[in-house]
Design a protein around this ligand. Structure first.
Ligand code: MD3
Ligand code: FE
Length: 216
């Protein structure tokens, strides 16, 4: 792990490689927290959180929305990206500049230059919400990384291997933590344990997770 003091904000930032291709940037988004949450509120006003249904017919406990040219959706016919919010019949809201800037800066730090996402899946966890072990493989190019941003209540993230049967590591993800998933880590299984009750001073009784992706 490397620690570096930066830019007069007197923030101590830790950078930790979880595995080849998986770089955890502790607190990387904290300085942008208010701008991120403000932009997020505007997106959610246009495209509210909804509980999507899996192809198997299960209602997801995580509330989801999207912004960007493409949004991730699931329904009875499958998992996919599409340009239209099925709830409004309108295009997904545009990606806010602050999302684009943060994603590019985090990706750069992890060794991916010029990362330009075209999709952002927004996950809302309420106490009890969980995400079972899965791979993200609906994107066109697995050579592109995914940048995840955690806001609000802490969660236990499960970081597995290339097969579902391999036991996952448990990693605490806190407000402001950013993880860049690329290279050999890109297709690893991962999930989130049920969220515990709590209250975050800026975000309230929930956890919000942004995943910035190049989907198309
Ligand atoms: C590792 N989200 O949206 S973020 C997802 O906290 C998702 O809401 C979780 O899994 C969440 O698909 C985890 C961390 C994450 C995101 C994408 C990954 C880890 C990943 C893609 C590949 C490998
Ligand atoms: Fe995922």
């Amino acid at each position: 792990m490397t620690m570096d003091l930066f830019d007069g904000a007197s923030t101590l930032e830790a950078q930790e490689q979880l595995a080849p291709g998986a770089m955890l940037l502790r607190g990387f988004a904290v300085t942008d927290e208010r701008e991120l949450l403000g932009a997020l509120a505007e997106v959610i006003a246009q495209a509210p959180f909804r509980h999507m249904v899996t192809p198997g017919g299960f209602r997801m406990s995580v509330g989801m929305s999207n912004c960007g040219a493409l949004g991730w959706i699931t329904d009875e016919s499958g998992y996919r990206y599409g340009p239209i919010d099925p709830l409004s019949g309108q295009p997904w809201p545009a990606l806010p500049e602050v999302f684009l800037r943060l994603a590019a800066q985090a990706a750069e730090r992890a060794g991916f230059s010029r990362f330009v996402p075209d999709a952002c899946l927004i996950n809302r966890y309420e106490p009890g919400s969980r995400l079972s072990l899965h791979q993200d493989k609906n994107e066109r190019d697995f050579g592109e990384p995914i940048v995840s941003v955690s806001l609000g209540l802490p969660a236990v993230f499960l970081f597995g291997g290339s097969r579902r049967s391999l036991p996952p590591r448990r990693i605490g993800l806190m407000h402001g933590d950013v993880v860049v998933w690329g290279g050999p880590a890109r297709l690893s299984y991962h999930g989130v344990l049920p969220l515990k009750e709590g209250f975050h001073s800026l975000v309230g009784a929930q956890r919000l997770n942004l995943t910035l992706r190049k989907a198309g």
